[in-house]
Design a protein around this ligand. Sequence first.
Ligand code: IPM
Ligand code: MN
Length: 358
Amino acid sequence: MTKEYHISVIPGDGTGPEVVAEGIKILQTLADKFYFKLNFTYYDIGGEHYKATGEILPENILESIAESNAIYLGAIGHPDVKPGILEKGILLKLRFYFDQYINLRPVKLYEGVETPLKDKGPSDIDFVVVRENTEGLYAGAGGCLKHGTADEVAIQESINTRKGVERCIRYAFEYCRKRNQRKKLTLCGKTNVLTFAFELWERTFYEVAKEYPDIETDYAHVDAICMWMVKNPEWFDVIVTDNMFGDIITDLGAMIQGGMGIAAGANINPEGISMFEPIGGSAPKYTGKNIINPIAAISAAQIMLETIGEPMAASLIEESVIRVLRDDLKDVAAGKMGYSTQEVGDLVISYIKGNSKQ
Ligand code: IPM
Ligand code: MN
């Protein structure tokens, strides 16, 4: 019987719809090639929709998405909407609602892509960040008192539960083993200052490590991690960290792998519905110009296929992306690629189909 997958698609704001369109084109090509079926359901949510209707992410959409196998997301964020509304109301809401407790972010420099790091190349920059995705400073705990007065107080607490920390660390060990490269897992924390939160992380890390004698363990403070990511990125294989630190170090990671046009991520619930997205934002200034790089969205589609159970189709995306980056694109930045957004998608498809360039 033909395998069939239901994909919820949220193109979102800015350049989200443009890059998602390329990803969908590629997914469809692979479904035809490998004889599986993809049913796409589009959801019109995001900044434009919010401005027009006041609606952010209604319950009935969440219920409908819950019936699907995966979520493919473009970008959420609008210059006219106050920061926090869409981020909390859509992106974080989806992550929390579907308990996508892992944010998996590969940092891989492909051949032909320029890194700002001097004397570093593809063999030096190839690691994965496992970011906890439902707790920490993102849990929304805290509040304010006497707002707007001279006596105001703002509190934002980092929530770290044993269960949340342990499942993330366990996932990272399993992932590191499966990845089967250096077999080294680095915990990124701040045990010298955040003595409550990271004492729990560190203790859990070394406890779980006992079950993985084949994995080398290491620890570094987050500030040192930033330094080493620039100076010696080849030291890393898999890094596990909390939500906030993971957010920050993966932007640094995106830059050393060639920029936001390249970086893809996955919000994973290993037992549930996961969500795949390019990690760059909605890039309002490039909207509608057909110049943004769709590779990040295409690589997000790759991780989606890997996760839902189509590994062969997934690796064909990666092989094709490798060729496009190595042989075709001049530069990976918007407007400098030498190709339009759609042409980059077409190039990937031509390699998937086994043709040389059109
Ligand atoms: C990311 C983004 C989000 C985050 C924002 C938009 C809420 O920066 O996916 O990294 O902080 O997680
Ligand atoms: Mn971020």
